[in-house]
Design a binder for this molecule. Structure first.
Ligand SMILES: [Zn+2]
Length: 345
């Protein structure tokens, strides 16, 4: 990236109200068939325009073509039964009715590749594309076939690697794996989680990122956060292993969280997407608030390795709020760019 402090988002942005119920996770589509296919493509272009107009440098599809960041990918796999669901505890936090792995899982064909080609046609800006990470996929299913979370994760990693290679060939510059489960299952992260992530990213000719957060701003997550105490040290458990991993970029939650900033020191050398936008609050940050978060991060991250970003996806927010937050992110990053330029004169 030539520009200093290139801005990006963790991934999702709100969908237009004609496409899906606003401010809702797992929101059902309002269109069907050919209308839905066309509506998703239109929404992707609107989401891109919002990002570019707000001055976001590394753009995404805003996840306009998927209902949910994990389940939409799993829907395209064979070996998973969506009819006879079972209830499991997700990320040790809340119960959800989930699909069941009943046979060997395989990818029927490309899942997001046509969407990525579509986005590539409409912009020359660098594109980051999000996929679920292997551990988070395992944690969103009931397994009735493999009998081992590690074995199932490895299988998912192989499937994700096929998809990621095709996304890179379609012109995606950065493939990001979303692993919020890394903040919960520390032993498994060390035993097989990072290895599975590296398998998913193996041999990719584009850059690779991993996004680890404390979740969307939904009630189950905000009440979990209240139990974490005054200092959130989850990253301390996993960052040393990630620092030694093959992944290029680490996306983390920062603004308004209780994550001690000095934990960023543990992944020095990696590019860090620093969350300077709180996705659990409808209050739009001021550019100065964004700048303050970035200034703190710069104590632990080299300026050429710092990418200002959002804490997590913004899909549950109102569109106007999300747009305001994107603009604040850009304006806050610009404040720091000017400070850095003035300081080096
Ligand atoms: Zn997230």
């Amino acid at each position: 990236m030539n520009k200093l402090l290139p801005t990006s988002t963790a991934g999702s942005l709100p969908k237009p109200s004609w496409l899906a119920q606003p401010e809702t996770l797992w929101s059902p589509w309002k269109l069907g068939g050919q209308e839905l296919a066309e509506g998703r493509r239109d929404a992707l272009r609107l989401s891109l325009a919002d990002q570019l107009e707000a001055g976001i440098d590394v753009v995404s599809d805003g996840e306009q073509t998927r209902q949910h960041f994990v389940t939409t990918f799993i829907e395209h796999l064979d070996g998973v039964d969506f009819e006879n669901r079972k209830t499991v505890r997700i990320r040790d936090r809340y119960d959800a009715s989930v699909p069941v792995v009943v046979d060997e899982v395989t990818r029927r064909g490309p899942v997001f590749v046509a969407d990525a080609e579509n986005l590539r046609q409409h912009t020359d800006a660098p594109i980051k594309w999000a996929l679920p990470g292997p551990m988070t996929m395992v944690d969103t299913l009931y397994d009735d076939h493999y009998g081992s979370r590690a074995d199932l994760a490895w299988k998912f990693a192989e499937i994700l690697n096929q998809e990621a290679k095709e996304l890179a060939a379609a012109g995606v510059d950065i493939v990001q794996f979303d692993e919020p489960a890394f903040n919960v299952f520390f032993d498994e992260v060390k035993e097989w989680g990072v290895a599975a992530l590296e398998r998913a990213a193996e041999g990719l000719e584009c850059e690779t990122a991993v996004h680890i957060c404390y979740g969307y701003g939904i009630e189950a997550n905000t009440s979990w956060k209240r139990t974490l105490g005054s200092e959130w040290r989850q990253y301390e458990e996993i960052f040393p292993k990630l620092q030694r991993s093959s992944l290029d970029i680490i996306s983390l939650e920062c603004h308004n969280s209780h994550v001690p900033a000095e934990l960023m020191e543990l992944v020095r050398g990696k590019t860090l997407m620093v969350g300077a936008i709180d996705v659990a609050s409808t209050a739009v940050e001021t550019p100065e608030e964004v700048a303050a978060t970035l200034r703190t991060a710069l104590q632990y991250v080299d300026a050429d390795k710092l990418w200002p970003s959002t804490n997590c996806g913004m899909t549950p927010l109102a569109r106007e709020v999300a747009r305001g937050k994107l603009e604040a992110l850009s304006a806050g990053a610009e404040i720091i760019r000017q400070e850095l330029a003035a300081g080096s004169r």
